[in-house]
Ligand binder design. Sequence first.
Ligand code: HEM
Length: 406
Amino acid sequence: MAIQSEDLHEEKFFIDPFPVWEQLRNESPLFYDAVDNRWLLTRYDDVTEVFRNHEVYSARPYERIFTDVIGPTMVQMDGKDHDIRRSIVAPVMVGKKLEHDYQPMINDVVVELLAVLPQSGQVDAIKAITSPLPLKIIARMLGMESSYDEYLHEVANLVINALAGVEPAKSLGKAKHEEFAGRIDDLISQRIVSPSDDLITEITQSRTKEGQGLSRTEIASFISLLMVAGGETSDRAIANFWYVLLKNPHVLEAIRKDRSLIEPAISEFMRRDGVVVYEDRELNEDVEWYGTRIAKGEIVRVAMMSANNDESVFKNPRTFDLYRTDLNLGFEKRPGGRKDGVAHHVGFGLGKHFCIGYHLARAEMSTATNYLLDRYENIAISKGHEPTLTVQWFHRFLDKLVLDVS
Ligand code: HEM
């Protein structure tokens, strides 16, 4: 039977979306989802085309989600507006900065979180490790003391709840961001007087070649964006990664014995599973896909998780293969794509808006996994606590991850 819009919005799909996407890739590669009023693309080459062609496919849909709550940020911008902001913040997020300054912070935070766990027994991995980890790291990057951790969690939660645009959550999140922006403003004033090597100082000082920088309001909005874009995503990525490893014990054993396999395992996990399901783009002009004309102003939704499981690109896509030859098993690259039978996954997006925190997210995933394997010889999902991995809104994540460890 042909897929209907309702099939994309029912419990069965949320628990296992892969058969529906497979059918769409084969039968309806352009599908009109009448429930969400979106044109869905599910094939790898179509998804990468949309990500690349930023002149036609605008990131404007983010405007409706973010602007009212945290103000305008790079994620919703196109063209030069985006380029300027990205070139100001990107150098302080990746590469040497990450390896030299942030990696030691990640190590410290992971050690701190694991130190309070029992030698053996039951561990709520989301509560104890994956949820606090990303925000603690962002706090350290900003040069904030650990006394700020709870506050940052509160800000992130209220802002995230506000993004659905429903009152009173929307007003509460907006008010919290404004209060937080005031604190960031105080930090900026302090760093102007006494600069440090933290993210606030660096973003405050960073300039484009033409000498443009971010205003104080923009810096606060960008930091709220980091907490939203880099908090829940990394939390869910680490938990999903561990769950997938536990469900594929041969992979877990292989990486336990040879830790250099953690990096390829992360690439394969991001391809096969990952976290982010969709991204939306608004059409700047009329386009035609598979003989159907779509008008300027309409929304095209790219299903990245489907593209990453496209059987015409990745052989036996639902198999977790640590030694895959059709996937780039190294670090992701912003232009991504595929060449000579080797493809990059699109779990961190692609092109202009390619995830700015991908290096940080990978470092969090690999460090937490390494330390967890060092700490415990035996790790298993607790009996009676089998988690469910479901698609909700734009993410796929676990309802719980309770482990028996020793
Ligand atoms: C495994 C964890 C993560 C996943 C799966 C992920 C995924 C993504 C994806 C798919 C995009 C592209 C959005 C689009 O094209 O519309 C993106 C962009 C972005 N991500 Fe991540 N992300 C992760 C972690 C992080 C972290 C740790 C940070 C920072 C602390 C971060 C910050 C951002 C920002 C600021 C953007 C917007 C970039 C731009 O507009 O140029 N992300 N992310």
